[in-house]
Design a protein around this ligand. Structure first.
Ligand SMILES: Nc1ncnc2c1ncn2[C@@H]1O[C@H](COP(=O)(O)OP(=O)(O)OP(=O)(O)O)[C@@H](O)[C@H]1O
Ligand SMILES: [Mg+2]
Length: 351
């Protein structure tokens, strides 16, 4: 689902608060192959709560990343999430996409807590309603214009052409349906980054429910910083086990508390799913995002939520030339690049 149009070759750019990721795919006869992948870290204060605080810093980081990757593509697909994006599943009288496009703003108004003039609205028709033949189910997406404008300005400052502004949870879904086209059951995709957690529960390849929460791995880093009086980089190294902590037990306690919050948020979403759709059962959880790299996180989710859980490998169905890309690099970056891969997959799509 894009809030703008679409074009052919596209640069997938995930502008995260911890790092910016870039992916380009090439379409070949047998499917998609990886053309480019890379990421660049951002200073922690550059993007706060999904809002770009330091446009010049972020634009320069994007330019540097693309230069080092030798990417000349201008058309870019990026995504947004958080409180400024409203995603709602609604039921409307049956209509074609063109018919609905004409009056979506009128239909949407009652479902959106913002003034309709302040948002860009998009939608996707899911299919006939299970309740009535005359009705259809539609996913409605409304995003604050000021937030979209912020991303458009940023990308323009980075000499790029914003072509599709997607939503994180749908980019994740896009990556998942590409790797698992035949999965019909109800599964949860959970991406845990630095400052946010995106949840998308999908059934039959379509979103049933989404949730964004402002939690992620950054709290672990900042608590380690405070506890041991170290800087951001040292704290990251301690968290990732690359540096010994002065007190390992204290680190485990900090990690345990954060992970406990992620599990609790996931549990609330699962409970809400079961309350909203009686009889619905989640059969699997797929974790992604940089924080999913915490050792044993999948096992912990599985144990606490009693739902089979695994890490999502978004690159499973992407051809990767091992002479060009180091397999261990791809393996390590893959969880963090799931959303970005979903964005790069938007190439050539007409929405
Ligand atoms: N090996 C690892 N072990 C534990 N945590 C890790 C590891 N690698 C990365 N992280 C953590 O993952 C987080 C970054 O993840 P990611 O790149 O998905 O975030 P982001 O997309 O930039 O941010 P957000 O989407 O939250 O704005 C950081 O908190 C980082 O410390
Ligand atoms: Mg992210």
């Amino acid at each position: 689902m894009g809030l703008f149009g679409a074009s052919k070759s596209i640069l997938g750019l995930d502008i995260g608060s911890y790092s910016i990721k870039a992916v380009v795919l090439d379409q070949v006869k047998g499917g998609m192959v990886l053309n480019t992948i890379g990421q660049v870290a951002l200073p922690p204060e550059a993007i706060i709560e999904g809002t770009i605080q330091e446009r010049e810093v972020v634009a320069a980081a994007i330019k540097n990343l693309l230069k080092s990757l030798k990417v000349n593509l201008k058309n870019v697909c990026t995504s947004i999430s958080g409180y400024s994006v409203i995603i709602k599943k609604i039921t409307l009288p049956k209509a074609t996409r063109d018919e609905l496009a004409k009056n979506i703003e009128v239909e949407a108004e009652q479902f959106i807590p913002f003034d309709i003039s302040e948002v860009n609205v998009d939608f996707q028709i899911i299919g006939e309603s299970s309740q009535s033949e005359d009705q259809m189910e539609v996913i409605l997406v409304a995003a604050k214009k000021e937030v979209i404008d912020g991303y458009v300005d940023l990308l323009t400052a980075a000499a790029l052409k914003p072509t599709i502004i997607d939503v994180d949870v749908f980019a994740l879904e896009n990556a998942f349906t590409h790797t698992h086209p035949d999965v019909r059951e109800t599964v949860a995709l959970i991406d845990i980054g630095a400052n946010k957690m995106n949840i998308n529960i999908i059934k039959d390849g379509h979103s049933l429910m989404t949730k964004d929460a402002a939690i992620g791995g950054a709290t672990i880093t900042s608590e380690i910083q405070d506890r041991f009086n170290v800087d951001h980089h040292e704290a990251e190294a301690i968290k990732m086990g690359g540096r010994d902590a002065p007190d390992q037990e204290a680190v485990e306690e900090i990690v345990g508390r954060a992970v406990g919050n992620w599990v609790a948020e996931s549990r609330r979403t699962v409970d809400y799913l079961e309350a909203s759709y009686p009889g619905e059962k989640l059969t699997h959880i797929y974790l992604s995002g940089g924080s999913s790299r915490l050792p044993g996180l999948d096992r912990y989710f599985q144990q606490e939520l009693e739902i089979p859980t695994s890490l999502f490998n978004a690159f499973e169905k992407i051809g990767v030339n091992q002479k060009v890309f180091d397999p261990s690099y791809i393996e390590s970056i893959a969880p963090q690049a799931s959303i970005c891969l979903g964005l790069a997959l938007r190439r050539g799509e007409t929405l």
